[in-house]
Design a protein around this ligand. Sequence first.
Ligand SMILES: Nc1ncnc2c1ncn2[C@@H]1O[C@H](COP(=O)(O)OP(=O)(O)OP(=O)(O)O)[C@@H](O)[C@H]1O
Ligand SMILES: [Mg+2]
Length: 361
Amino acid sequence: MKIKSLKLKNYRNYNELDVNFSDLLNVFVGKNAQGKTNLLESIYYCCIGKSFKSVKDKDIVNWNKEEGFIKLLAEKKYRDIQVEIKFSKDKKKVIEINDIPIKRIGELIGELNIVFFSPNELKLVKESPEERRKFMDIDISQINKRYFYQLSRYEKILSNRNKLLKNSSNIDIVKDTIDIWDRALIQSAKKIAFEREKFVKAITPYTQKAQSYISGGKENVELKYISGCGVNLDENFEKNLDRLLKKNLEKDFKLGYTTLGVHRDDIDIFLNGVEVKSFGSQGQQRTVALSLKLAELENMYNEIGEYPILMLDDVFSELDSDRQEKLLKFVSRTQTFISTTDCKKIDGKIFEISEGKIIKN
Ligand SMILES: Nc1ncnc2c1ncn2[C@@H]1O[C@H](COP(=O)(O)OP(=O)(O)OP(=O)(O)O)[C@@H](O)[C@H]1O
Ligand SMILES: [Mg+2]
């Protein structure tokens, strides 16, 4: 997968931009606050339908303008694709694939696959399980559209079950009606849990390979999928979860929400046998987060027969020159976009960015 060109109009600090990319390494270089991350974000938008930052769609419109667009042309193994996102301050954004507006984000997901990494991704290793669920979800959704739709189905079921728990005046009312939600929840949870477990197993060897490479063979990572359903992922999954949901009903009713399910899933990450979240050094945690992302590249290649696009936002400032070099070698097979304030040692197509313009390339 390769991004061939990008056009921007009134997007963040860009008024107008029209640029062609290299099929290999593209480097956005410039001082702070010039628009490097914005540029990466605009590409990400066309792949995932939203930003990697938590922002509202209307916030990406240039402050002095009312509307704008991002238009991207990409080449896939068997066909080209154009994605355009039209956004404005007061209307919902419109996403078009090859000039045809789509109705659901699901239609975009998986069309252009992307792996994004920034220093902020450290939270994948350090912070709450939600980050690791997000990691699994964005990745699996890109290779499996049914999974993406299943997630929103699960959220709806869960929200209905929670409403029942919260709004019922006594537990007998809950008992009368909860079965229908439980059956739906179990079905949906089963599909999600099995996919997540499969995913974690699949990326483990790739993560190990990346970690070992970047750390010079010193560090071994282990990943373990932790099911929030509290039961084994085997042929008795449904029966056991049903039993456990019933057992927990009183507790759930008191709390007013569902305590079991894939919304409680997590991944345990170990480095040389100890939990990296609690015992890893800052540098080790950073490398693990990076290895997880690099593993996504290989896993996607394995699943769809094509490498996704890789984005590295500001990661070079945090790596020593040894690791920088290794990382660049590691990613030489994919089209990569890098943002950095200093590109002395990077050999790629250089785009110098200043005040929302490319001043040299
Ligand atoms: N909607 C918007 N309209 C105009 N400008 C915006 C908008 N949103 C963000 N900006 C500005 O864009 C500028 C560039 O941001 P960006 O994050 O791309 O910088 P950067 O080049 O990545 O810098 P750094 O090296 O510090 O990471 C910021 O100063 C921000 O104020
Ligand atoms: Mg930046």
